[in-house]
Structures are given as structure tokens and as C-alpha cells.
Design a protein around this ligand. Sequence first.
Ligand SMILES: Nc1ncnc2c1ncn2[C@@H]1O[C@H](COP(=O)(O)OP(=O)(O)OP(=O)(O)O)[C@@H](O)[C@H]1O
Ligand SMILES: [Mg+2]
Length: 225
Amino acid sequence: MNEFILEAKEIYKSFYKTKDEKLNILKGVSLNVERGKISIIVGASGAGKSTLLHILSGLDNADSGEVKLNGRNIFGLNDEKLSIFRNQHIGFVFQFHHLLPEFSAAENIAIPLMISGQSNVKALSRAAELLAFVGLSDRSDHKPAELSGGEQQRIAVARALANNPDIIFADEPTGNLDSANSEVLHGLFSELKKKLGLTFLVATHNPQLVDLGDKIFEMKDGVIQ
Ligand SMILES: Nc1ncnc2c1ncn2[C@@H]1O[C@H](COP(=O)(O)OP(=O)(O)OP(=O)(O)O)[C@@H](O)[C@H]1O
Ligand SMILES: [Mg+2]
């Protein structure tokens, strides 16, 4: 098995500021992410970290370049295949939890499993297992608004884990948390790496989270330095 779970080559991305004015954000980003490790992307605000994570995880298109995830060229997949691929192979944790407000914690975790074709009973039983793993079994029936920020984020991690992804992308996952809750989340990431051999690619400004990194990538002037 290739030691790199993700290989990105020469990624370019620009946005139109006005009809005629183009902002070149990614100017040939290349990086390889090692399997079973925590890799961190740092860089000034506006450097393009979120843009890059969205492209690497198939949430957004690049102008050009190549992304291989577990040897699979994700830019070659059509929208339908890409969403199936994302559902089965990728977990994403955002700065704001993006949980569905009208559903309980358990349902939020179970939904990606139901989408992938599992029965409700099976999906909810896996959700219960994941709730226990993130230490929130007793919050199973709470709606997102009835959870603290730290708890919401742990549910978002549990949801990202639901389908046993190959890699977890996280964009400033502790950006909205106080230091105690950030520590809990960091502990969870380390445990997931150790126990399940999970791979992480995380964009952050948080120095404690940077310290967890086995590998640090710095984004500057549109490239990884
Ligand atoms: N959809 C968009 N349309 C136009 N410009 C955009 C769009 N998305 C991002 N940008 C611009 O691209 C640049 C990079 O944004 P991005 O969110 O990737 O930065 P970042 O490194 O994640 O910053 P932060 O650390 O503040 O989260 C910014 O200047 C932003 O204004
Ligand atoms: Mg960002």
C-alpha cells in the first residue's frame, strides 16, 4: 500500500472578484499526506487553507491539477460518483459544526449511514457506538441547540467517522471552542490516530493543535512552502 493516502499535484484555483478581476488563490499547490498521521496546514488568514481543503475533499472544483485519494483520481469522478465517494471515504469537520438542527445527535450521526444504504436500525446502532466513543452517550437525544459548543463538535467528529472514512479533513475544528473543549477534541484526534490508524489533514491557527501534527505544511503566496 502506498504510504501516501492523498497526493495532490499542481492545484490551481482562482476566484473572480469582479467580472474582470481575478484573484489567484492557489498557484500550483502540491502535497502528499502520509497514511495514519496527523498533517497540519498553517498559514495566514486568506492564504487559501479552506479553499485547498475543500478541493482536496471534493467539496469544490479546482481550475487545474490532480488529486488522488487512495490512488483514485477524484477530479475524474462525475458529481454523483463523487458524492458517493465522499460519503464512503471522506470525513469532514468544519469550524461550525454544520449539524442539522431539527435532528437529534444520534440521528445526525446516523444520516450519512442511511444515505449510504444502511437500515435505520443498523445506522442508529452504529451511531450509539460512536456516541459512546466520543463520550456523549447520554446526549443521544439532544438536538444540536441543546448541546454545548464542545459537545456539538464531538458529535460532528462522530458523524465524520460514521462510514469509517480513509481520511478526516478538519478546517479550524477548534476555532469556535475554548481551551478546555479544544483539549478534549485534540485528545479525541490523537486517540483516533492511535486506535484506528486514522489519517487527518487539518487547517488551523491553534498552536496546540499544530503541536499534534506529525507533519506541518505552510501555505504562503499560493503554494505550500
Ligand atoms: N467563493 C469565493 N469567492 C471569492 N473569493 C473567495 C471565495 N472563497 C475564498 N475566497 C478568497 O480566497 C482567499 C482564501 O480564502 P480561504 O478561506 O481559503 O483562506 P484561509 O487560509 O482558510 O483563511 P482563514 O485562516 O481566515 O480561514 C481569501 O482572500 C478569500 O477572500
Ligand atoms: Mg479558512
